[in-house]
Design a protein around this ligand. Structure first.
Ligand code: NAD
Ligand code: MG
Length: 404
């Protein structure tokens, strides 16, 4: 029997995850059709993607880009219609003909269309971890209410999903992890490019050094987050919501080879791990074809050439961002939304050479102390906290630049 045709919207198709997703789609033209592609950057790439995958819609952020892209597509004889703005991102995420939405926009900007896809009961392939950091409880409530199928794409969470009991991974809120026979989640981290670099030299770290991840090729923001280990902090928060895990049920292990993508320890002492070559096409293909398995072109894991697997405890003095994430999770309310927003401002400033690498954690800590206590009663409150945190972060930055 041939598999049913699935129609996809790829939010953030021009980014690292978006490109890997389309690589998998291209291998299975009889299984997947593209409804919409979206991108805020790299519009030449969006044009080429539209030519190759012939989506019904291409979505960009502003009108000027929309006009330019539409003119190019028309001249090339394309039928793809170009839309623009936030409302269009939501429109293409909830369209009735769409079964699956790949949520691969970076940052809090990805939250609204991802939430809309969940509310509309789609299969949501969740790469955009910031949605859960910003609005974890609310997002999971939407998933429960609509019966959306949520499949984690972040490699660690995809690994955990693969080795959790099926009942728990599909209905994580029916009971706690302990009742499902699970003792704890072991979240692995590569430790990034600065795991062994002398701490005294951290103030001299350049953006080019920070975006060079030893094992994974990723977008710039998540690469900096990996270097500061804020990424692991965001992933702890992500795991808390995805798997209905209490913070004390999540342990972080530094595993420099990035072969074990994460593990689950059961009540009887068994530890199940998912392993593989570090290639995002594995979790993407898993989410796209679930519960079937398809070949996304990932090379076989050669354990002989890997040779050894090392594990060590994370160094919180070296990586204060990880500590901040645990503190924000413990504080509750809008604290994780505040930390996420402060971090986005900090990473952008670092990439722009306006903030030192240690400044990322310093800014996060300061903004968390200043406005981390804001409430998180509903979406408006969370968006308010996000905006207030961005203002506080921007003000902190300008005080650093112009001390008086
Ligand atoms: P990227 O920077 O390579 O791509 C981001 C995409 O989002 C691009 O298409 C960009 O045009 C679009 N975008 C950026 N700002 C936007 C805005 N304001 N509105 C609408 N679209 C916007 O990022 P990436 O590495 O592909 O990561 C995407 C998401 O997946 C992030 O949340 C990241 O944390 C998560 N993730 C990525 C990886 C990875 O290997 N790259 C792994 C795990 C999780
Ligand atoms: Mg990850």
């Amino acid at each position: 029997m041939s598999a049913a045709l699935r129609t996809l919207t790829v939010l953030g198709s021009t980014g690292s995850i978006g490109v890997s997703t389309l690589d998998v789609v291209a291998r299975y033209p009889e299984r997947y059709r593209i409804h919409a592609l979206t991108g805020a950057t790299q519009l030449d790439r969006l044009f080429e993607q539209a030519q190759t995958f012939r989506p019904r819609y291409a979505v960009v952020l502003d009108e000027r880009s929309a006009e330019q892209l539409a003119a190019r597509l028309r001249a090339a004889g394309s039928d793809t219609e170009v839309l623009c703005g936030e409302a269009a991102l939501e429109q293409v995420s909830i369209a009735p003909e769409v079964c699956t939405v790949m949520a691969a926009i970076v940052g809090a900007a990805g939250m609204k269309p991802t939430l809309a896809a969940a509310r509309a009961g789609k299969r949501v392939l969740l790469a955009n971890k910031e949605t859960l950091v910003l609005a974890g409880r609310l997002f999971m409530d939407e998933v429960k209410a609509s019966g959306a199928e949520l499949l984690p794409i972040d490699s660690e969470h995809n690994a955990i999903f693969q080795v959790l009991p099926r009942a728990h991974r599909e209905h994580p809120y029916a009971q706690g992890l302990r009742e499902s026979g699970v003792r704890r989640i072991l979240l692995t981290a590569s430790g990034g490019p600065f795991r062994t670099r002398a701490i005294e030299t951290f103030a001299r770290i350049t953006p080019e050094e920070a975006v060079k991840h030893p094992n994974w090729s990723m977008g710039r923001k998540i690469s900096v987050d990996s270097a500061s280990m804020m990424n692991k902090g965001l992933e702890v928060i992500e795991a808390r919501w995805l798997f209905n895990a209490q913070p004390e049920e999540i342990s972080v292990l530094v595993h420099p080879q990035s072969i074990v993508h994460s593990m689950v320890e059961y009540a009887d002492g068994s530890v199940l791990a998912q392993m593989g070559s570090p290639d995002m096409r594995t979790p993407i293909a898993y989410g796209m074809a679930y519960p079937e398995r398809i070949d996304p072109g990932v090379k076989s894991l050669d354990l002989f050439s890997v040779g050894r697997l090392d594990f060590e405890a994370p160094d919180l003095a070296r990586f204060p961002c990880l500590r901040l994430a645990f503190e924000a999770l413990a504080a509750g309310g809008a604290a994780t939304a505040v930390l996420n927003a402060a971090n986005e401002v900090a990473v952008a400033a670092f990439l722009d050479n306006r903030l030192s690498f240690p400044g990322i954690a310093a800014l996060g800590e300061a903004v968390l102390a200043q406005v981390g206590g804001l409430p998180a009663d509903d979406l408006d409150a969370l968006l308010h906290a996000d905006a207030v945190a961005r203002e506080a972060a921007t003000a902190w930055l300008s005080r650093q630049e112009r001390p008086c």
